[in-house]
Design a protein around this ligand. Structure first.
Ligand code: HDD
Length: 621
């Protein structure tokens, strides 16, 4: 009973709701020119990894993984030189420039303290008040209001190290580096109405997707990319390369793809692994070092500190999930929950009784040595002038969006600010974002009944096509299709269409009005996977309506399902019997709606429509 009484530990102060998996990493070619990091040298070497994805704002048990939020993307590489942690997000920039503001940011974002509402949402007064009064947040807010904040799955989102780090090679030369994870399936999102419904229908939607794809052998894959800037080029850009509210446009500094990570094993126990894993941007290996980014500097303090309370003392690094896989030795001793039984008399340095061991490995033998940066001038606590432009890259982001993506951003601002009670905060935000784009502000100011301000001058016309999800990889592999079938369906060619989809790696699941078996008019039978009660259109990427014999109740439920899928811009295929569900003429003739008798051409068109992900032209109609 006593053990049971103590089974809970404090949840993470941010990123509390997370899910993780094991995997491995391999570099494509040696990165020797830039870094001496051992795990980035040899393409034949496999490095084990553990990756935890998370939402930021919600508590551990918060309902709904589809909250509008950044997603954490933390990777622990268990290298032969010790653990390297890349503790990033799915958004390449951050809300603030200086870590000392992090507690304020999180206080403003979390549920308001007097009534603890709202859970897992930024759509409330304190968050937007913080933004209006800390305008460095402008750029990340644009990302948070975009489709990036509602990913289709953990497998379909990018990851970013955010900060500028340093690569150091064997000659001691340093380069600035930014890390990227590029999902092999492309970067895809759902729409906001869908996100809210998924949160109710399956609050575990993202973790279920990850868990099931690993179980099915559809291992999530991400390529590691690096952007590199030579130290001497530090001042060649129109932004400060150490400012964490800025990205390096990929068109100016190309992302070099250098390796691949594959997640191939689910955890055995969520508490022991996912909950107890302790990430830290300060866990570095020789060849990777820090920069003077003031956000990174503050993180280097915070992550050890938080584990002390969360995991109950200084021995959290001895928990199985946190332990390095390489030999290690130090003079750390004792403390709560000590696991190692150290031998011998000596636990100090320098010593003569143990021939001066253990000692820090000298650099020549692979030990860590920080890059020695030459610095001149005063060290003061102040924000650099070069950190003062908060709007240019927010506009760059806006300029890079497709029409549909822009529309979604306007809707997101309209939703979030529509929930804000304070008229003054709403007005401040309208004024602030007029610095980013007048089209954007006009769009959402109207929705919340505020007069947009007179035009403000913003001369940024540049765009970065790499930022638009329209330009991502479009793959059909592992997409989920709901196949709607009722009794006495016309079974000619149904199986060949499903086979054609399955051959492309598309998952088909049978939906009907009751569980059991559905039978076609020529004896073809399918086991039903879900009913209209247990599943919903928001849990699928596309719908294939095979139909049924005349059955009013079947068609009523199926019609709701198909209409919702249509309103979320999803591909729909319907055979003749299923066509009666597409009663609205506009639906019949829309792009992404395939009609006709089941044939090879019909299936191919449907596959093409699925590859497009969503058919935004319906939005413009
Ligand atoms: Fe943080 C957790 C990512 C800024 C303080 N952070 C945490 C996690 C991720 C990030 C992914 C979850 C790790 C896990 O899965 O266990 N954080 C970021 C990124 C940032 C960032 C990408 C900006 C570039 N964080 C940041 C600042 C501070 C913190 C500026 C404080 C000064 N973060 C924490 C923390 C957490 C954390 C309080 C909570 C749990 C933990 O560390 O282990 O220390």
């Amino acid at each position: 009973m006593t053990h049971f009484d103590h089974e809970r530990i404090p949840e993470r102060i941010v990123h509390a709701r997370g899910f993780a998996a094991h995997g491995e990493f391999q570099v494509y070619q040696s990165m020797k020119e830039f870094t001496k990091a051992d795990f980035l040298q040899d393409p034949s070497k496999t490095t084990p990894v553990f990756v935890r994805f998370s939402t930021v704002a919600g508590s551990k048990g918060s309902g709904g993984e589809l909250a509008r939020d950044a997603r954490g993307f933390s990777t622990k590489f268990y290298t032969d030189e010790g653990n390297y942690d890349l503790v990033g997000n799915n958004i390449p920039v951050f809300f603030i420039q200086d870590a000392i503001k992090f507690p304020d940011l999180v206080h403003a974002l979390k549920p308001e303290p007097h009534n603890e509402m709202p859970q897992a949402a930024s759509a409330h007064d304190t968050f937007w008040d913080f933004v209006a009064n800390n305008q460095e947040a402008a750029h990340m807010v644009m990302w948070a209001m975009s489709d990036r904040a509602i990913p289709r799955s953990f497998r379909m989102m990018e990851g970013f190290g955010v900060h500028t780090f340093r690569f150091v090679n064997h000659k001691g030369e340093s380069h600035f580096v930014k890390f990227h994870w590029k999902p092999v399936l492309g970067t895809h999102s759902v729409v906001w109405d869908e996100a809210q419904k998924i949160n109710g229908k399956d609050p575990d939607f993202h973790r279920r997707d990850l868990w099931e794809s690993i179980q099915d052998g559809d291992y999530p894959e991400y390529e590691l990319g690096v952007q590199i800037i030579a130290e001497e080029d530090e001042f060649k850009f129109d932004f400060d390369v150490l400012d964490p509210t800025k990205l390096w446009p990929e068109e100016d500094v190309p992302v070099k793809i250098v390796g691949k990570m594959t997640l191939n094993r689910n955890v055995d126990n969520v508490f022991a692994e996912t909950e107890q894993v302790a990430f830290h941007p300060g866990h570095v290996v020789p060849g990777i070092d820090f920069t003077n980014d003031p956000l990174l500097q503050g993180r280097l303090f915070s992550y050890t500190d938080t584990q002390l309370i969360r995991l109950g003392g200084p021995n959290f690094h001895e928990l199985p999930i946190n332990r390095p896989v390489c030999p290690f030795h130090n003079n750390q001793r004792d403390g709560y929950g000590r696991q190692t039984i150290n031998q011998g008399q000596v636990s100090y340095h320098n010593n003569s009784l143990a021939q001066n061991t253990p000692e820090t490995t000298p650099e020549a033998q692979g030990g860590y040595k920080h890059y020695q940066e030459k610095i001149e001038g005063q060290k003061i606590r102040a924000r650099s002038e070069s950190f003062k432009d908060h709007f240019s890259q927010a506009t760059l982001f806006w300029n890079s969006m497709s029409d549909a993506e822009k529309e979604h951003i306007i809707e997101a601002f309209s939703f979030e600010l529509g929930k804000v009670q304070s008229r003054s905060v709403q007005e401040q935000i309208v004024n602030m974002f007029a610095n980013v784009s007048t089209d954007l502000t006009k769009g959402f100011a109207e929705a919340i009944g505020i007069e947009p301000p007179a035009m403000k001058d913003n001369s940024v016309t540049k765009s970065s096509p790499a930022l638009s999800q329209e330009n991502t990889v479009h793959s059909v592999a592992t997409r989920k299709v709901a196949v709607i079938i009722g009794d006495d369906f016309d079974d000619s060619n149904v199986s060949s269409v499903l086979e054609q989809l399955n051959n492309k790696g598309i998952k088909t699941e049978i939906l009907s009005n009751k569980l059991g078996t559905v039978k076609g008019n020529n004896g073809l039978a399918y086991e039903v996977n879900h009913t209209f009660l247990t599943a919903d259109s928001v849990l699928f990427d596309a719908v294939y309506v095979v139909g049924a014999a005349e059955d009013k109740s079947f068609y009523k439920k199926a019609a709701l399902f198909v209409h919702e899928a249509y309103s979320h811009f999803k591909p729909i295929a319907a055979t003749e019997a299923g066509e009666k569900l597409l009663e609205v003429d506009e639906m019949k003739d829309s792009l992404g709606v395939i009609r006709g008798s089941a044939s090879t051409a019909f299936a191919s068109q449907f596959i093409e429509a699925i590859a497009a992900h969503r058919h935004w032209d319906r939005q413009v109609e």
